[in-house]
Design a protein around this ligand. Structure first.
Ligand SMILES: [Zn+2]
Length: 115
């Protein structure tokens, strides 16, 4: 089993299809970016919409990497829907980005249609 896959139980993929676009998942070290006050804060992940790249902090735990990937996927879903960045959006991303994978993890049958 891939070390980075950890609790996911399978190899972490390098590409995730979101809508009709393939995003490359890159696991990188030291994700830092300046905040609005010019201070440097640490991020677990980051998405580059134009380049279709999702960066994930590779030194984070496998569980954190998984949660971060879902967080960034949620950002992409909102971007694809044409929803501009706005106040409170990060909170929506956090709710959906944690909530949907948690429900899917607890109820794997929800990952596909059932009769
Ligand atoms: Zn975010």
């Amino acid at each position: 089993m891939d070390e980075q896959a950890g609790q996911m139980g399978q190899s972490a993929p390098d590409v995730v299809r979101i809508g009709f676009l393939d995003y490359t998942v890159q696991r990188v070290a030291g994700l830092y970016a300046a905040d609005a006050d010019g201070r440097y804060a640490r991020y677990h992940g980051r998405v580059h919409f134009g380049e279709q790249i999702i960066e994930i902090e590779r030194d984070a735990s496998p569980e954190r990497q998984w949660a971060t990937l879902w967080h960034e996927i949620t950002h992409v879903l909102l971007e694809q829907a044409g929803i501009e960045e706005q106040a409170g959006q990060e909170q929506i991303v956090t709710v959906l980005g944690y909530g949907i994978p948690a429900v899917l993890q607890a109820n794997p049958w929800l990952g596909a249609p059932t009769r």
